[in-house]
Design a protein around this ligand. Structure first.
Ligand code: ADP
Ligand code: MG
Length: 756
């Protein structure tokens, strides 16, 4: 059955060689009770550990059923320990966190038995050792004798052929010792029991063979078994041992359950990094979503405009690349520098090009003309000019496009505070701020005092008239003109076109402004004015003069424009259907510019895109920095997990020894600790994500309160990010626990069992 052939074992410590076994040869019968005696240090435990496959021999051979173990691999020894050997130790070696039943089941768990089978068999052996009533108890609730019975039950559970007991009664009183010895003798009827004891009396009373050791040498054998070739090679094979991850998880969970406080602290600490990263990601995501939504809103109705002004792109580029001296000038003179080589002027843009565009892309197209308007008003204060139109154009006037879509856009974006939406070219709009404020200069030009508030009614009752150039200007001789006196007489001239402020509007919350606050005129009115003035005396005179007919200065082309209106457009405004069609419209317009000289290109108003790109770049940059900062705490928690796992390894060294004695592989030990880090990592990840999620409620509540945007979800954790963070937490703790877990697996089982 079991054969030791010339076994040698030395321990080398610090250069000193200690002989533990020397030339030991023993044959064991399949069925006998062998007592191994000898003084302390004579090599008894070493012998037992070698027989049990816990320790290795230096020379000689151990034959199992006639088969040499010289070529055994780790795997073979694990299987041998698990299936063929049951250990009973002096100090019981039970796992304190597991119940009596679970301790007994553990060895069977390693052999891969199913849970029903395990329980049945465990209860059977526990009944056999007389512990049926105590199966639910923890080892610490038992007496020494009872604990040793549990150990015996565990040794018997897998029904091994060999039971190895090392001083099983060493820690028990005489009465209990006798009970345990009786139990072992009963077991020895069916198995090979090898028991180490230094109690010669017990050995002789119970065992049927006593072997005596001294200084590692076999001194006497009361009943040697000499039939050396009793066994033929019997094709001895061992079943596989394996610990499934669930058993590992259970072992770790039980261990951790005894250290709840530490576990809680660990999970808390390692979740901080996850919380940080999760909050940063959720803010970044929420902000991104918010700005995308805003952009969409903004872009949808953001008009694409083409201006009559052209930009000399080459010149601008040249200007920008021009070397700007990086020093302060010490010269006592000023260098004239043309600020912008920008050619302003009319270009030959065929507005039909715009009209040929795909009709599905836009809501409507409108165009306005740069036309000066001579507007005068009459109030209680008297008659006066509405704005100064003698300067460049009449730029205070913003134009809207009066058609169905233009009107509906106005209704969509603006609240009507007073009056009616405009219905004809003579209807002006007055736009005020959120607080109903209006610039004093506008109010003054409308003839109001600015020392007290003005009622909507008064504003709507303003009298405004449009005066033709010929009534507005008078010739002063030698081709010059001057403004006539703006008075009651001018105002009451018959045939003047009357304008009115039809309504007062205010931008709705969250909508994009199309106009500045102030007066807005209908673009149709510009056509009317153009027709009215194109043949006026001042326009005719200005067209043939190189000087300004009003102030005598060198003429600017825009002067004529402001007086008469250019034949082309001032601005073409296209309102896209949505953000997508907006891009298509821009591409379509850019196609016009392609291949044209830069001075012939139209300027396409497209700054919404720049805004978007800049925002995203800034946001991504900020997110990256914040994630990096939060990640520092992840690194810290990884190191911490390493330390905690290492401490846990130190605390559980004995458990490691027990598991190895029961046949656990190195891999299984690694698994136990990996299971522990898995539990910590998963808990920390889930906890961290949960906390970050809960944080998003107050964050959003505060953000909504501060911003007054009802649907603002500034903190929004994506499910994908949450899953990613939990996985990250598990991977990081795994990484932290990896080395300690490997160290644990490499522990020598004999030394592990000896540790306290
Ligand atoms: P016993 O069990 O009979 O008391 P052991 O088998 O434990 O004796 O020890 C036999 C000899 O080997 C002793 O001298 C002991 O000091 C030595 N020994 C046992 N284990 C080790 C070890 N791991 N390292 C060094 N020496 C050891
Ligand atoms: Mg010993």
């Amino acid at each position: 059955m079991l054969q030791l052939v010339k076994i040698h074992k030395n321990y080398v410590m610090g250069g000193y060689k200690q002989v533990a076994l020397e030339d030991v040869s023993i044959n064991f019968r399949k069925n006998e009770f062998v007592a191994v005696t000898g003084v302390s240090g004579s090599g008894k435990t070493t012998l037992l550990n070698i027989i049990g496959g816990l320790d290795s021999y230096d020379a000689g051979d151990l034959l199992i059923n006639g088969k040499s173990t010289k070529s055994f691999l780790d795997r073979d020894w694990d299987r041998y320990r698990n299936h063929s050997v049951g250990f009973i130790f002096q100090n019981y070696q039970l796992i304190p966190n597991l119940t009596v039943l679970e301790n007994v089941e553990l060895g069977m768990a390693l052999s891969g038995a199913n849970s029903g089978e395990k329980k049945k068999r465990a209860l059977q052996v526990l009944e056999k050792v007389g512990l049926k009533e105590h199966v639910k108890k923890k080892p610490t609730q038992l007496s020494g004798g009872q604990m040793q019975r549990v150990a015996i039950a565990r040794a018997l559970a897998n029904d091994p052929e060999i039971i190895l007991a090392d001083e099983p009664t060493g820690a028990l009183d005489t009465k209990t010792s006798v009970q345990i010895m009786d139990l072992i003798r009963k077991i020895a009827k069916e198995k090979l029991v090898i028991m180490v004891t230094h109690n010669q009396k017990l050995a002789e009373e119970y065992a049927n063979r006593v072997i005596h050791f001294q200084d590692g040498k076999l001194i006497s054998d009361s009943n040697p078994f000499l039939e050396e070739d009793n066994y033929k090679e019997s094709g001895y094979s061992l079943k596989k041992t394996t610990m499934n991850f669930l058993t590992a998880l259970k072992l770790s969970a039980r261990n951790m359950a005894t250290k709840k406080f530490r576990l809680t602290l660990t999970v808390l600490a390692s979740s901080i990094g996850i919380i940080g990263v999760a909050i940063v990601l959720s803010l970044s995501n929420g902000f991104n979503e918010f700005s995308q939504k805003e952009q969409k809103k903004y872009m949808e109705n953001y008009p694409v405009k083409i201006h009559y002004k052209t930009v000399d792109k080459d010149a601008t580029e040249k200007l920008n690349n021009k070397k700007i001296p990086s020093y302060f000038s010490m010269e006592k003179e000023v260098i004239p520098k043309k600020n912008q080589e920008r050619e302003d002027g009319s270009i030959t843009f065929d507005s039909n090009y715009v009209n040929k565009m795909d009709k599905n892309l836009y809501l409507f197209i409108g165009s306005s003309y740069q036309t000066g308007m001579n507007l005068i008003r009459k109030t209680a204060q008297g008659v006066g000019v509405v704005f100064d139109t003698s300067g460049l154009g009449n730029q205070s006037f913003q134009k809207y496009f009066l058609n169905k879509e233009g009107k509906s856009l106005l209704e969509k974006d603006y609240s009507l505070l007073a009056g009616k939406y405009p219905s004809s070219a003579d209807d002006l709009i007055l736009i005020v701020s959120q607080a109903n404020e209006l610039d004093t200069s506008i109010l003054e030009s409308l003839g109001f005092g600015t020392d007290k508030n003005i009622s909507f009614h008064d504003l709507l009752s303003t009298n405004i008239k449009l005066v033709p150039n010929d009534l507005y200007y008078q010739a002063t001789g030698s081709g010059k003109f001057a403004l006539k006196k703006v008075d009651e007489a001018m105002f009451s001239k018959p045939g003047l076109r009357k304008l009115r402020i039809s309504c007062i509007l205010r931008l709705k919350r969250g909508r994009t402004s199309k106009f500045e606050d102030g007066l807005v005129a209908n673009n149709e009115l510009t056509k009317v004015v153009h027709e009215m003035n194109k043949n006026s005396a001042i326009v005719k005179a200005q067209k043939s003069s190189k000087e300004d007919v009003i102030n005598g200065q060198a003429v600017q082309s825009e002067k004529v424009n402001s007086l008469v209106g250019i034949e082309g457009f001032e601005e073409i405004c296209i309102i896209p259907k949505n953000g997508n069609s907006r891009n298509k419209i821009i591409s379509y317009l850019e196609a016009w510019n392609k291949g044209k000289k830069s001075k012939d290109q139209v300027k396409i108003d497209d700054n919404a895109d720049e805004y978007k790109e800049d925002m995203i770049k800034v946001l991504n940059g900020v997110t990256m920095i914040l994630v990096a900062i939060a990640s520092i705490s992840l690194v810290v928690s990884t190191i911490m997990i390493g330390i905690i796992t290492y401490v846990s390894v130190l605390e559980r060294i004995r458990e490691i020894g027990i598991l190895r004695a029961l046949g656990a592989r190195k891999k299984d030990i690694t698994r136990v600790f990996n299971a522990e880090t898995f539990i910590i990592g998963a808990s920390a990840g889930i906890f961290g994500v949960l906390i970050a999620y809960l944080f998003s409620f107050p964050i959003n509540a505060i953000a909504i309160r501060l911003s007054e945007i009802d649907d603002l979800r500034i903190a929004h954790l994506k499910p994908l990010h949450a899953i990613f963070l939990i996985a990250l937490s598990i991977s990081l703790t795994f990484l932290g626990g990896f080395i300690p877990a490997k160290l644990a697996a490499r522990k020598n089982p004999v030394e592990a069992l000896r540790s306290e």
